[in-house]
Every structure is written in C-alpha cells, then in structure tokens.
Write a protein that binds this ligand. Structure first.
Ligand code: NAX
Length: 327
C-alpha cells in the first residue's frame, strides 16, 4: 500500500489531482492508496469537503483518507509527497517577499518529511517557484537523499508535445523526446532538436526553423499565462495530470527509448552548475531517474547552449534570493 501526502489540497490542483490518484492514474489500476491531504487552518472546512467527496466517490483503490492541517500528521508514513501548497504572489508583493513566505513553508515541511515520512519517500514539488522550493526542501531535509527530491516540469514537457502534435496534426502519443531544460518559468528552454514523431525527427517534419526557434518556444514558455488569461485561473487539470505522469514514470519506469523532463538535482551534467534543481531529460528505471547522457550526451548547439545557460543563471539568482531569505 502506498501512502501519499499532498499539501495544499483544497486548492485547484489538489482538487483535480486526488480523484486521479484514487482512480489509479498515478500508480496503476492495481495499486491501493491512502491519501494524506494537508492544508492550512483557514482551508480546513474546504479540505474536509474534499474528503467527503472522496468518500462519496467510493473509489475501490482508496483505502483511507487523512485530511489535516497538522504537517506532522500529514507527513507521517508517506512514501510519496506531492507539494502543491504555496504562497502565491499578490499584487504589490516583491519577489523577495513571496520567496520568503515559500522558504518558510518549505523549511517546515522539509523537516516534517525528514522526521516522519517513510524511508525512501519520493518528493515532487509543484508549487512555485517549484525548482527553488525543491532546493529549499532539500536543504532542510538533509537525510532525504537528493535524488528523492524533484520538481514538476512535466507539464511544460507535455505542453511541448501538444504543440508539435497540433502543428503536424498527429497523435500526441506519437510525439516523443522533447526536452524542457532549466527553470519552470518563462526562462525555460523547450527543445525539440532530438524529438521524434513515430520515429522521424521533428526537425525534418517541421522544416521551419523560424517557428521552431521562435513561436514554438514562446508558446510553451507562455502557456501558463495564456491559460490564466482564458480561464481567469491557472492550469489545474493539466498540472494534476502531469504530476501523475511524473510520479508514474519515476516509480514504474519510462518506456524503452523514451525520455521525459524532470526537475532534478544537477550533478554538473551538460555544464549546468551543480547544486541547482534544474530540468533535464531523464529516463527512469527501478524507481530511480538518470539524466540522459548517451555515449557522449545529447548534442547541444550554440543556440541551445545560450538558452541552457540563461535559465541556469535565473535559477542561480533565485537560489541566492532564497538563501538571503534564510539569513
Ligand atoms: P491554489 O491557490 O488553488 O491552492 C493552493 C493551496 O495551497 C490552497 O489550498 C492553500 O490554502 C494551500 N496552502 C497555502 N499555504 C500552505 C501551507 N503552508 N501548507 C499547506 N497548504 C498550503 O493554487 P493551485 O492553482 O492549486 O496551484 C498550486 C501551486 O502550483 C501554485 O504555487 C502554482 O503556482 C503552482 N503551479 C505549478 C505548476 C508547475 O508546472 N510546476 C503548474 C501549475 C501551477 O501554476
């Protein structure tokens, strides 16, 4: 039985995510689950409403629900933690103020996870700034192996696949091996230099460099803002679905010949500074991710190099800002 913890669960993504997990979308149709849902006291009643709905839905795989505002109760015994709770930027707030709020949230959740979660608990940080929140969590949970702490860039990855499938009018399931490099922010670099459709290189099928290096990249980078403009709310169902994809592939493995994008602790691969949580192409097997290296790594042209470095630089700045909030 997997127990998993979700922070921020009366929020939009939480509400979309819990039924997916309870239906087996995250871990498979034969995997029973117990859900632990955490939110803050002002959201306690709404959180209880989500619990009531989960009971009413009578999911066969759902073997228990804990709805709580106590971070220790939420973290106790969990083997997968999906962190969607965070403090949004409000009008008039400086970046540093938002960072400071999130640093204190992730500091306390890190220590609760470290002390009370199951050994080898896998952590996925969704809440923004996702990469840097994950880094703070790593900092304050030193006994959780760094390979167990990741952040969500799979939504951006899936958005890239979706754009290619729309442009070529092909099934999205035939599009593979896009890459999101770097930060889950508008500095991310969606890269299709190695992507394929039914085995054929995307670069051959879309013989339009201007689109690939211009509109395509901008559309993926700005997709979150476009959803907010259209829905007056940020992405929720696509974020929840992508969080399921992230955990499923991490736990159950990526299909042969396919890689996915995950925000993971950089070991210096591709000359990305070590010590950042940076989105790389990864394959997963036996519950472990590995950055795609091939024999000599994927080739990175000059255009890509600049983009990889720019998003790394933004992450280094965020890291410095986060650490300045700690002092
Ligand atoms: P909501 O504002 O709907 O929900 C956030 C929830 O977190 C609320 O229920 C709130 O009470 C709770 N919360 C606040 N502080 C908490 C704490 N200390 N402990 C536990 N819970 C706490 O936001 P939603 O639309 O669900 O988005 C959640 C987060 O995901 C945001 O930070 C958002 O920016 C981020 N996103 C990240 C994405 C990604 O791909 N990495 C994409 C979607 C989304 O924008």
């Amino acid at each position: 039985m997997f127990e998993r913890d979700f922070s921020g669960f009366s929020g939009q993504i939480g509400y979309a995510l819990v039924p997916m997990v309870a239906r087996g979308v995250m871990l498979g149709a034969d995997q029973p689950v117990i859900l632990h849902m955490l939110d803050i006291p002002p959201a306690a009643e709404a959180l209880n409403g989500v619990k009531m709905e989960l009971v009413d839905a009578a999911f066969p795989l759902l073997k228990g629900v804990v709805a709580t505002t106590d971070v220790i109760e939420a973290c106790t015994g969990v083997s997968i933690a999906v962190m969607v709770g965070g403090f949004p930027r409000k009008e008039g707030m400086e970046r540093k103020d938002v960072m400071s709020k999130n640093v204190s949230i992730y500091k306390s959740q890190a220590s609760a996870l470290e002390k009370h979660a199951a050994a080898n608990c896998k952590v996925l940080v969704v809440a923004n700034p996702a990469n840097t929140n994950a880094l703070i969590l790593k900092e304050f949970a030193p006994s959780i192996p760094e390979r167990n702490i990741t952040c969500l860039t799979r939504l951006d990855h899936n958005r890239a696949l979706g754009q290619i499938s729309e442009r070529l009018n092909v099934q999205v399931s035939d599009v593979k091996n896009a890459i999101i490099w770097g930060n889950h922010s508008s500095s991310q670099y969606p890269d299709v230099n190695h992507a394929t459709v039914a085995g054929k290189p995307v670069k051959q099928l879309i013989n339009d460099d201007a689109w690939l290096s211009g509109e395509f990249i901008a559309t993926v980078q700005q997709r979150g803002a476009a959803i907010i403009k259209a829905r007056k709310l940020s992405s929720a169902l696509s974020a929840a679905s992508s969080a399921c994809d992230h955990i499923r592939d991490w736990v159950l493995g990526t299909p042969e010949g396919t890689w996915v994008s995950m925000g993971v602790y950089s070991d210096g691969s591709y000359n990305v500074p070590a010590g950042l949580i940076y989105s790389f192409p990864v394959t997963c097997r036996n519950g472990e991710w590995t950055i795609v290296q091939g024999k000599s790594g994927l080739s990175i042209d000059e255009f890509s190099r600049k983009k990889l470095d720019a998003t790394a630089e933004e992450l280094s700045e965020e890291k410095a800002l986060a650490y300045s909030c700690l002092s």
